[in-house]
Design a protein around this ligand. Structure first.
Ligand code: NAD
Length: 477
């Protein structure tokens, strides 16, 4: 028996959770259920993250959490429960299978069957933001080797477990050569360990366009957080079945499973919500906890229900559906079909001999890190970079000002008058003739900048790693 934690959530949450639990129990899931409260009531009782101490303890003890959607109250100070869960529990991956259920659910893409695997903790979502000048605000994009290794390995393991043939990676490393470049590099390294699975990399813009246009050419797709956030919604939407999609948030020790839709307050309490998203999230959960036999039984009964035309109102269509049922009755229809195999849809078949295990990250030997220079970021309200350069060139004798950029574009030396400049200047100092750059040069530069009334708002050290440049150059020209 596996103990799991579950929460009925808000809005339609209790109705769809009751239907889901009824199916799980009838299918013989070897599960003990422990209920917790999260969501609106907890927020309104004064807990700004929507989850209390006891609930945390239950999730951390049981390590598996089946969650119905919740309502985040409008207004100040309430933190997103999902973001809190992901970060606190280290839920590094979000898995969203999006397939077509044509002809029962309308879609322009009857052949699509794509799984989006999204990195969940890093990228711009680290939430490290600073206003640096009147005109410029910055958000740090963090891509890490351990984070990339974990999610990419998970994608290949997932493909292996579910008998999928291809894993694609979406990045924008033609522009972000270091951050997205690392994600792509790790993808190539890990792909080489899975020669039986095809792999390819797409620039995210054309990749996204092809997903929207011809999703059937994709199988498993892995990507960093922001792209994954946007593209997983597009993919679910074009499959025509947002209400039928379940998702898992996977961590090294804990995982959370839920429907992708919200708490739908407009239809709450009416017994008309479709419980399929949460039910299919529970199928992902059963696979994760090693109960593939039950997962298969439920998914096949659900597919059979769908193809028998037993539909909730959101997908009901005259001429296609045979009966319009409520939330509870839909669950009962699935229960009646436990043990049946679908005839039109491909029956689910899950392999119980393999399971997804991501090895602990092993930090490689430290690289040879050599300081090559420093970028001083300066708040300056002037407009002619030659004037700023003249001030900066007087700062010290050990270093040389080699470049000034504005929003990444080189504006000194030899900038163009046409380049629009803000009040945020990146000023690069290096040493001439390949001499050694000392950290003391940085403090000297900063001291002299203070005396000269130059407003340095941050510095960024420039390093080579094993002889490879670890920083970007100025764009343009
Ligand atoms: P929503 O997904 O709740 O509803 C959008 C539309 O889809 C509504 O018309 C709704 O009736 C319909 N719908 C959603 N699920 C359905 C189902 N299972 N069966 C039939 N119809 C369904 O999105 P929203 O209205 O933007 O958000 C409502 C609340 O849900 C908000 O408080 C939001 O913060 C919350 N929310 C929670 C989660 C979560 O807990 N994971 C996710 C998204 C939104």
């Amino acid at each position: 028996m596996q103990k799991i934690t579950y929460a009925k959530g808000d809005g339609i949450g209790p109705e769809i959770m009751d239907a889901t639990l009824a199916v799980l129990k009838a299918a013989g899931a070897r599960i003990d259920f422990e209920e917790i409260q999260v969501g609106e009531k907890v927020y309104l009782a004064g807990n700004s993250s929507g989850i209390g101490e006891e609930a945390w303890e239950s999730i951390r003890r049981n390590k598996v959490f089946l969650k119905a959607p919740i309502t985040t109250p409008q207004g100040g100070g309430y933190k997103s429960l999902n973001v809190t869960m992901r970060k606190s529990l280290g839920l590094f991956g979000n898995v969203r299978p999006c397939q077509s259920f044509h002809p029962f659910v309308s879609t322009k893409h009857p052949e699509m069957d794509v799984v989006i695997i999204r990195e969940n903790e890093e990228d711009l979502y680290a939430g490290i933001e600073h206003q640096q000048t009147d005109e410029v605000v910055q958000c740090l994009k963090l891509i890490t080797r351990p984070g990339s290794e974990k999610i990419i390995r998970y994608a290949f393991e997932y493909a292996r477990l579910y008998g999928r043939k291809k894993v694609a990676c979406f990045t924008k490393d033609n522009i972000m050569k270091h951050t997205d470049g690392l994600f792509h590099k790790v993808f190539k390294e890990i792909a080489a360990e899975y020669p039986e699975i095809e792999s390819d990399n797409w620039i995210v813009d054309i990749g996204a366009a092809r997903i929207a246009d011809t999703p059937e050419i994709f199988d498993v797709v892995v990507m960093p957080n922001l792209y994954g956030d946007i593209i997983s919604d597009i993919t679910a939407q074009i499959s025509g079945s947002v209400g039928l999609v379940g998702t898992s948030n996977i961590g090294q020790t804990c995982s959370m499973f839920e429907a992708i839709h919200g708490s739908a307050p407009d239809i709450a309490g009416k017994n008309i919500a479709n419980p399929s998203g949460l039910l299919r999230a529970s199928v992902l959960m059963l696979n994760q906890i090693g109960q593939q036999d039950i997962a298969e039984k439920i998914e096949n009964a659900w597919l059979k229900t769908l193809e028998d035309g037993v539909h909730t109102v959101d997908i009901y269509k005259d001429g296609v559906s045979s009966s319009k049922v409520g939330t509870k009755e839909f669950g009962e229809a699935v229960i009646e079909r436990l043990g049946s195999i679908p005839k039109m849809f491909k029956p689910a078949k899950y392999d119980s001999t393999v399971s997804i295990k991501i090895p602990e990250y092993k930090r490689p030997a430290p690289q040879n890190k050599e300081l090559k220079g420093v970028d001083l970021f300066v708040d300056w309200k002037g407009s002619n970079p030659d004037q700023l350069a003249a001030k900066l060139q007087k700062l010290n004798d050990e270093t040389t000002l080699t470049m000034i950029t504005n929003r990444g574009v080189k504006v000194w030396p030899n900038g163009f008058e046409e380049t629009f400049c803000t009040d945020h200047w990146r000023c690069r100092f290096e040493v001439k003739n390949g001499g050694k750059f000392s950290k003391l040069f940085i403090t000297s530069l900063l001291n002299h900048a203070i005396v000269a009334d130059i407003d340095v708002i941050k510095t960024e050290n420039l390093y080579d790693f094993n002889g490879n440049r670890g920083y970007s150059l100025g764009q343009g020209q």
